[in-house]
Design a protein around this ligand. Structure first.
Ligand code: UDP
Ligand code: MG
Length: 323
């Protein structure tokens, strides 16, 4: 079991984030175990505050199969938090991230594993024939275009959450405690040993997608602002240029180079002042905002494995239920 080994000789933790996936969990478990049962396997379910009985199903799976572990959150924290917890507590040297809804066939993991053997620390699946609504497909294309081409953020082209990552690397990223870990953008900041592999994709057949367009767009803005200064710099420069143009026009009016009333001059001066102030405020909001402390990314209520005190909201021994 060398540190440089691969999943087939060192073991694999399949991290499954789930939020209200009660109808999917047993099917997904059966598929993972039948496709990847040959590995020294751990299945780590992260219940992201489900309210539909998902946790009961996960507890049953853990009772009947000792390869199954779980962590359950105190509320819904979002999929970034869910997979981050899975990455932090994965027990094997490699992590395979699989959604609970079977959109990524578990059999496709073999392609990721084969690619890792060529010496990569992270291998991302790229959907060759994505089975999601057209708006989602266009949204992702726009996201990659803006992120990669306009803002020059290094993102593995087309990369998805279906990925195989060396646990040490995944944990490094989680331990950075970034407000938004943005795994796709953080991996390339830490290593160049990552790649992408084409994989098949299926439509969701049970339950609904848990991520809406409004969440995805604000999440994208977090990437655009958090991983690039280009957007805020462009906004500041545009304000300063507009302010400068206003000032020049106002001065030309005041010195009689341009004809205009005192009112026009005053309006232009006010415009200059407000654009300059806006430019400074935008800039300082970005800088000050980035430095604010945030709450931790997730809190755990219950787990089948030991979890650090910092990741628990309450000390379980102090609860009335256990008294
Ligand atoms: N998920 C989660 N917390 C959330 C939203 C989603 O743990 O707040 C899980 C979800 O149960 C699924 C995976 O993340 O296993 C991907 O979510 P989904 O299938 O809804 O996303 P989509 O495939 O539509 O992008
Ligand atoms: Mg899905």
């Amino acid at each position: 079991m060398s540190a440089s080994g691969h999943p087939d000789d060192t073991g694999l933790t399949v991290v499954v984030p789930c939020y209200n996936e009660v109808d999917n969990l047993e099917h997904s478990y059966a598929e993972i175990v039948s496709e990847l049962g040959e590995f020294d396997l751990e299945l780590l379910y992260v219940d992201d505050g489900s309210t539909d009985g998902s946790l009961d199903v996960i507890r049953r799976l853990a009772d009947s199969d000792n390869r199954v572990q779980y962590i359950s959150f105190t509320r819904n924290f979002g999929f970034e938090a869910a997979f981050s917890a899975g990455y932090r507590y994965a027990g094997k040297p490699w992590i395979l991230h699989v959604d609970a809804d079977q959109q990524f066939p578990a059999a496709e993991a073999h392609k990721l594993i084969a690619a890792a053997k060529a010496g990569y620390d992270a291998v991302f699946g790229v959907r060759t024939n994505r089975q999601d609504p057209v708006l989602r497909r266009w949204g992702t294309a726009a996201f990659h275009f803006i992120g990669r081409k306009l803002l020059r953020i290094e993102l593995p082209p087309g990369a998805t959450a279906f990925r195989l990552v060396r646990t040490e690397l995944a944990r490094r990223i989680v331990d950075l405690e970034l407000g938004t870990p943005y795994f796709l953008a953080t991996v390339p900041r830490l290593t160049s040993r990552y790649t992408t592999v084409p994989v098949a994709h299926r439509a969701r057949t049970r339950g609904k997608s848990k991520v809406g367009m409004s969440f995805l767009s604000s999440h994208a803005v977090e990437l655009f602002v958090g991983f690039s200064r280009r957007l805020s710099t462009a906004a500041s420069v545009a304000c300063l240029l507009a302010g400068g143009a206003g000032l020049v026009t106002a001065l030309a009016g005041a010195t009689g180079l341009l004809s205009g009333s005192a009112l026009t001059v005053t309006v232009l001066l006010l415009l200059t002042a407000s654009l300059t102030a806006t430019a400074l405020v935008v800039r300082s909001l970005v800088v000050v905002g980035a430095g604010q402390p945030r709450p931790r990314q997730f809190y755990v209520r219950e787990a089948s494995i030991p979890v650090s005190a910092a990741d628990r909201l309450l000390d379980p021994s102090s609860s009335l239920e256990s008294a």
